[in-house]
Design a protein around this ligand. Structure first.
Ligand SMILES: [Zn+2]
Length: 378
């Protein structure tokens, strides 16, 4: 997530670019310049051809973005939260923080993207026919074909591709069992991924070009994505409805606010091997009532202070102030806490009620809960 470049907002949705996107951008632009445009625009000079290839690639990724925006807009209209859209090596992805609430919402969301790609394909192909001039015709014909391909590929029935989501929606509607539907749809996704790998590798060795190898890469990515989206759903189901107060660690080592950082590093961070500590206000406190907490001190906060200044800076000064980013009320869902932790770089959240510290929650606490549930078979 930290490797994303934010490029702006469209319809309130944050759009970002992962650094891997630059790789695919260069591959597509150079492929166009030396392939499609070399073939159909032989009279154009190489410099101009590269310029056209670059602009066409930008239009291609604008099409991918419109595909993702369609998914996101339908999701938001159905009351779901979308945290943003990212363009990356294998195309685009809409980041949903929640699952669709019903099979019909899932179906609408899933078909919105390929539908947009089909509309774009029709528009570009029409433009390629009506516009005068060789260059426009060649550019729009390419964009028309590639958008049709995008729609067709995404409709393949392997979860988490759009077609796999359609399949899941159907199975979900039919069986009323979301986890079973997800299990079947993602096994289709894994099967499809393996097929793509096999065909891609075979094609490459039978004299295929880079495209075959790329197909194998996409197959590998799909296999991984199918597996992890199923695991994530299992985790989500197990953790939804479990309040963090049931999972948190109650015996918390807290650092006094006035303690200098060099002592904190020596007595707490090195000695107890935790990556984060709550910082408590000085003065007496009643342990039954809880501790008055003023901040959360993460290793990253300590690293932000130069080592030679550690003796002169207190834990209270270096700590991050309490905010929604590092605290949760005890009633919060364990799943929501896990999502929040993965978005913040500290990996810990303080469980705070009316300004009093009730406990601390980490991924380890949540994994411990999952392990005991698995061992008990619940
Ligand atoms: Zn899609």
């Amino acid at each position: 997530m930290t490797k994303d470049f934010r490029i702006g907002r469209i319809l309130g949705i944050e759009i970002s670019i992962d650094y891997t996107w630059f790789i695919i951008f260069v591959i597509i632009a150079s492929g166009l310049a030396s392939g499609w445009f070399a073939k159909y625009l032989p009279d154009v000079s190489p410099g101009v051809r590269w310029l056209i290839a670059g602009l066409t690639s930008i239009l291609f990724f604008a099409s991918v973005l419109l595909h993702e925006l369609s998914h996101s807009v339908v999701a938001i209209r159905s009351g779901l939260k979308v945290s943003g859209i990212t363009l990356f090596l294998f195309g685009g992805v809409s980041k949903l923080t929640e699952e669709p609430k019903s099979a019909s919402v899932e179906l609408k969301m899933a078909v919105a993207g390929p539908l947009m790609s089909l509309v774009l394909s029709a528009v570009f192909l029409a433009l390629s026919v009506v516009l005068p001039g060789g260059v426009f015709r060649v550019v729009f014909r390419y964009l028309g074909i590639v958008n049709a391909f995008l729609a067709a590929f995404n409709l393949l029935p392997g979860f988490p591709l759009d077609g796999g989501r359609v399949l899941r929606a159907g199975l979900w509607k039919w069986s009323s069992n979301l986890s079973e539907a997800t299990r079947i749809a993602s096994s289709f996704g894994q099967g499809l991924g393996i097929l793509l790998i096999v065909f891609g590798v075979l094609g490459y060795f039978m004299g295929g070009q880079f495209g075959s190898l790329w197909m194998a890469f996409i197959g590998w990515f799909l296999t991984q994505a199918a597996q992890s989206s199923y695991q994530q759903m299992i985790l989500r189901q197990a953790l939804t409805g479990v309040p963090v107060s049931h999972v948190m660690t109650q015996q918390v080592d807290a650092v006094p606010a006035e303690m200098p950082l060099d002592q904190v590093v020596h007595d707490y961070i090195m000695a107890r091997n935790h990556p984060a500590f709550p910082v408590i206000a000085d003065g007496p406190f009643d342990s039954a009532q809880g501790k008055h907490v003023v901040g959360l001190l993460c290793i990253t906060d300590v690293r932000g202070v130069p080592r030679e200044e550690w003796h002169g800076v207190s834990a209270g000064q270096a700590a991050s102030a309490l905010s929604e980013r590092n605290t949760v009320p005890p009633t919060t869902d364990a799943w929501e806490a896990l999502v929040r932790m993965s978005q913040e770089n500290c990996g810990r959240l303080l469980v705070v009620e009316n300004g009093l510290l009730r406990g601390i929650i980490s991924r380890t606490d949540i994994m411990r809960l999952m392990r005991s549930r698995l061992q008990l078979g619940v």
